[in-house]
Ligand binder design. Structure first.
Ligand code: GTR
Length: 386
């Protein structure tokens, strides 16, 4: 990885630590009016809502407050799936608003060997839907369902494109056009990531109705664009008890101001339909963005959050993603939650588990694999006291 720059979409991509510009992050514990946040009450009443509103307004768009109704149907069920180890439920979630509806499927396996409702990992699947094959003919390390079941957890997934297609010419076809067409007219209206995050919350609504699931132990998982979504979803929806964000990079865990790997400008050019229109204003003016991504991590506090990076994924700026965690720590400190992140980037393949903010920098590619899931389970076991 000697190469220090690259060219992409007419821009120079920086991979040289020594040319990262000097930057000042907006202070996570100082309000827009300059007031210092000194305790949890001030954080929750003043700063947290302020930051949430800034992320809505300038980046991900505002999630509509409500919709008319929601319906869950178990479309298929198998009590002895995975050779008897798990109970499979294929659920169809249908949401209605103003007389129109959208339906999307959720795959859920629940371990049969358990005495209580099961904690669950919910994956926002942004790769092939074969990853979550309910028949288990296809098996993928992206969603290693057998391994998760053997660890005593339920595992669920939905496919992001079932609620908002992952294409700039058709992302509107789904939740946006059907349920919230007015959002498409607004500069701060949610786009694809907003919809994916909204759908994760609807799965959460379902979990609340399933007595086999421990509603207080739902961990949200996402990779890359799904990892950005997982952070945004959990930042808004405090019912998610834990978050795992794999290789989320730009507009996920990575600090925008570092200009290393993928920048706001590049992500807006390639994937503008993920973010609201206002975000385009920062393509060439990152320093005027009133937030940076450490604040997105801070919005998840005091809940445990775990992020990852991979050595062959400089595009996602591993160091800048780690720094985001370090700069979110003051919020966890307010809550008295133990965060044991070393000041410098941790060694490769050395996970940090016993910390409310967990992390690993693993060897290999931009992906979600068995090493990742093994450590997600360790982190969940630790923080769910299992
Ligand atoms: C890349 C994109 C990243 C990341 C990734 C993915 O091409 O630039 O921000 O989201 O796709 O989702 O795999």
């Amino acid at each position: 990885y000697a190469q220090k720059t690259d060219r992409f979409m007419g821009e120079i991509v920086n991979y040289d630590e020594s040319t990262v510009p000097a930057y000042t992050l907006p202070d996570i514990l100082v309000t827009a009016k300059g007031k210092k946040i000194k305790n949890v009450a001030m954080w929750e009443k003043q700063r947290r809502p302020e930051l949430l509103a800034l992320f809505e307004e300038h980046i991900y768009g505002k999630t509509p407050d409500g919709f008319d109704s929601l319906k869950f149907v178990v479309a298929n069920e198998k009590a002895d799936a995975m050779d008897g180890k798990a109970h499979l439920k294929e659920i169809t979630i249908t949401a209605w608003n103003d007389g129109r509806s959208v339906s999307f499927p959720v795959i859920l396996f629940i371990p049969n060997k358990r005495i209580k409702p099961a904690p669950v990992f919910l994956l926002i699947n942004n790769r092939s839907s074969r990853n979550t094959d309910p028949a288990r003919i296809e098996k993928s390390t992206f969603w290693p369902a057998e391994m998760v079941i053997d660890s005593g957890y339920a595992i669920a997934a939905f496919h992001h494109s079932d609620v908002a297609p992952d294409r700039k010419d058709s992302y509107q076809n789904g939740v946006l056009k059907q349920l919230f067409p007015a959002e498409l007219e607004k500069d701060n209206g949610m786009k694809a990531i907003g919809v994916w995050a909204w759908a994760a919350s609807r799965v959460m609504d379902y979990f609340k109705t399933d007595k086999d699931i421990d509603f207080n132990k739902v961990a949200l998982v996402g990779h890359s664009r799904g990892g950005k979504t997982a952070l945004w979803s959990a930042a808004q929806d405090q019912r998610f008890a834990m978050v795992f964000s794999s290789c989320s990079g730009s507009t996920g865990a990575a600090l925008a101001r570092r200009k290393y790997g993928e920048t706001i400008s590049l992500i807006n050019k390639q994937f503008g339909y993920w973010f609201n229109n206002n975000y385009k204003n920062y393509s060439n003016d990152v320093n005027s963005l009133p937030v940076d991504q450490h604040m997105l991590i801070g919005l998840i506090a005091p809940r445990p959050v775990y992020t990852t990076n991979a050595t062959e994924d400089r595009w996602a700026d591993p160091y800048g993603s780690y720094l985001s965690l370090v700069h979110a720590k003051p919020v966890y400190d307010l809550y008295g939650r133990k965060v044991t992140l070393p000041e410098n980037m941790p060694d490769v393949n050395k996970p940090i588990i016993h910390s409310a903010i967990g992390y690993h920098f693993r060897e290999g590619k931009h992906d979600l694999n068995v090493f990742d899931w093994t450590n997600f389970i360790r982190f969940a076991n630790h923080h769910f006291n299992r």
